[in-house]
Design a binder for this molecule. Structure first.
Ligand code: NAI
Ligand code: MG
Length: 348
């Protein structure tokens, strides 16, 4: 079987980590007797400077023909404003393909300590609502510039939107430890978050085997640091998930490790798999970029394609490499981007 993958290296270290990671994925596929056929799409800030758009007008339609999208990072902040590069490419793809669930595994890989220096287990799967909520963009300004000026930012939570992200979380919890944390702030936000709690109860009725705990976002933020071993699947809104996943990334050792999957859990179609980090202009061209987040995102992609054995092989190889002390400078190691990817490939 051959899978068609849209490769979007993007800008800066996005191209470096993709170049390092893609051959490793090919090697994983070879071992399992399936193929990954990559089609490299040049959509990026360079493309923007040449064509005046981040991607062709039918870009989203082109992507629908693929089984998955594998993305590096986008952004050339000195030349192209970030709201242009992010909105017109990343957000356009997320919205165009209705990738309403953002899934991020936070785990300490073998041999990696992270800043907490605790021996408590740290293995959390954050599921973030990706298309509505606090980031809906609804609102505006009244009496602009005057003493009575008011800015309003309205959160929008739809029944369909809340239900699909919760349901996805319950499905994942079932496959993991059977524990789900639902994150709200329903003591202070009495419309949207009370609604979220009601939806949690409603969906939970279909999953009697999953143990649900409600947390307020401030409390769970602290708990991720003090008692991470009590958490497994964490489902949160767009804003809350945004913040909690940065905490998760920090605990697991930083942006060099954080991987994410953007998925349409309702109608399917290609998901988008990417490292969480950006194009890192401060380290571009020096071979300093950690490729593990991109490789981990690759494992999420293989898992989502249904190639569970290949995903597992890749994660095992990543951890063999980290356990042996292989690392880029952000991990305290001395390997280059390409060398660390090669160490993972050698461990396959
Ligand atoms: P960034 O994630 O690119 O970098 C933040 C810091 O982390 C930098 O010091 C960087 O050197 C370091 N870092 C990031 N990834 C690393 C890796 N793999 N290995 C080692 N160190 C790593 O965020 P920043 O600097 O705020 O944004 C730079 C550009 O990236 C902007 O144009 C921004 O809009 C864009 N961006 C794109 C994202 C995406 O494509 N998904 C996500 C975040 C930012
Ligand atoms: Mg964030």
């Amino acid at each position: 079987k051959n899978y068609r993958i849209a490769l979007l290296p993007g800008d800066g270290i996005g191209t470096e980590v993709m170049e390092a990671a893609w051959p490793v994925l090919q090697a994983v596929a070879d071992q399992q007797d399936f193929g990954l056929v990559g089609d490299c799409l040049p959509w990026s800030c360079d493309y923007y400077l040449e064509h005046g758009v981040m991607m062709p007008p039918d870009g989203v339609e082109q992507l629908r023909a693929f089984d998955a999208i594998y993305l590096g990072a986008v952004g050339l902040p000195e030349t192209v404003p970030d709201h242009v590069s992010l909105r017109e490419l990343l957000l356009a793809i997320r919205q165009g393909l209705d990738l309403s669930v953002n899934e991020r595994p936070h785990r300490l890989l073998a041999g990696v300590t992270g800043p907490l220096r605790t021996d408590k287990a740290f293995d959390i799967l954050c599921i973030r609502e990706n298309t509505e909520g606090e980031y809906s963009g609804a609102g505006g300004r009244v009496h602009q510039g005057g003493d009575l000026e008011v800015a309003v930012e309205t959160s929008i939570f739809t029944r369909a939107g809340v239900e699909r992200v919760l349901r996805y979380g319950f499905e994942r919890a079932r496959l993991r430890s059977g524990k789900l944390a639902s994150v709200t702030k329903s003591n202070a936000q009495r419309h949207s978050m009370v609604f979220w709690d009601e939806m949690t109860d409603r969906v939970a009725a279909d999953y009697p085997d999953v143990q649900v705990t409600r947390y307020h976002v401030d409390a769970i933020a602290a708990r991720m640091i003090t008692h991470p071993e009590t958490l497994d699947v964490v489902v949160a809104s767009n804003l809350f998930g945004d913040i909690l996943t940065d905490i998760g990334a920090a605990i697991q050792g930083g942006l060099g490790f954080a991987a994410s999957a953007n998925i349409n859990p309702v109608s399917g179609g290609p998901g988008m798999f990417e490292p969480v980090h950006g194009s890192a202009p401060d380290i571009v061209g020096k071979g300093l970029a950690n490729p593990l987040a991109t490789l981990w995102a690759g494992a999420l992609m293989l898992q989502h394609l249904g190639e569970a054995a290949a995903a597992k092989n890749l994660m095992t190889a990543i951890e063999k490499a980290t356990a042996s002390g292989a690392g880029t400078p952000d991990m305290g190691g001395s390997l280059s981007t390409a060398q660390l990817a090669q160490a993972v490939q050698a461990a396959l």
